[in-house]
Design a binder for this molecule. Sequence first.
Ligand code: SF4
Ligand code: MG
Length: 317
Amino acid sequence: KNLKKYFPITGGFLKRVVGQVHAVEDISFTIRRGETLGIVGESGCGKSTTGRTILRLLEKTDGEVYYDGKEVFGLSKSEMVNLRTKMQIVFQDPYSSLNPRKTVAQICGEALVEHGLAKKGKEVNDIVSETIEKCGLAPYHIRRYPHEFSGGQRQRIGIARALTLNPEFIVCDEPVSALDVSIQSQIINLLMDLQQDMGLTYLFISHDLSVVKHISDRIGVMYLGNMVELAGKHDLYESPLHPYTQALLSAIPVPDPKKKRERIVLKGDIPSPANPPKGCTFHTRCPYAMDVCKEVTPEFIESAPDHFVACHLVNKR
Ligand code: SF4
Ligand code: MG
């Protein structure tokens, strides 16, 4: 709710704070139990920062995050330790996110030991074996090291690591972006199967519109730290309301030529998040920008049933 995350910019040899990167600028949305909420947007739009701040891996600048009605940043240390077991993250890069000096058993079992949920040795190894098997790796792999696996297998290990604590909610931060296209769908299907079996809820972050479409129930579109549109995937892809979403979707090829949209090419570059434009942050590139857009920040409101948009053009109707 109204979540903000700014990062200080330091400069000069005294390393004074000279500005702030507005990574996440006042966003509000809900993730429903059992769904996959996709978040799309170009790199640097604040997707990953949103995912990490929700998990309290980063401190917030302002706003609130509620998990089952409890404000996450208001939890005590012990309550937070407890919540940590319920929320996990899968990272983008399966090469750098796994410690090369540790075996799969150590990598995936670490959290079990830390949380006192299993004893080192047989107890941990049994749980890890079972978990990597769920993720499509034979149990004997627990004794091997990350470098002995392919990229797709390493991401299976990254997913297994997130699953050993039997979580409810997982932030998947571009989990297939570093993988070959042929491997991507295997990992996406694995995530979908695991969701079914374990009743998981996902926040699925990606810059790839087709990947997000495949896995998500609802999708939020981010631009320069703002969420500009949020809707069920059918509504979003069939009738995008925000000019930025329309431009993004016009760039993906559609198999049916009758449904072909005209390609909308945006002029200019994304402005710097250290100095975001006033009013609607998209106004410098929007083909429909009006005077009001340069001054007044559009509210994020439900313009159609379960379809949220932040745009003066859409919401004045
Ligand atoms: Fe374009 Fe204005 Fe809508 Fe922003 S508020 S997307 S500038 S029409
Ligand atoms: Mg990212």
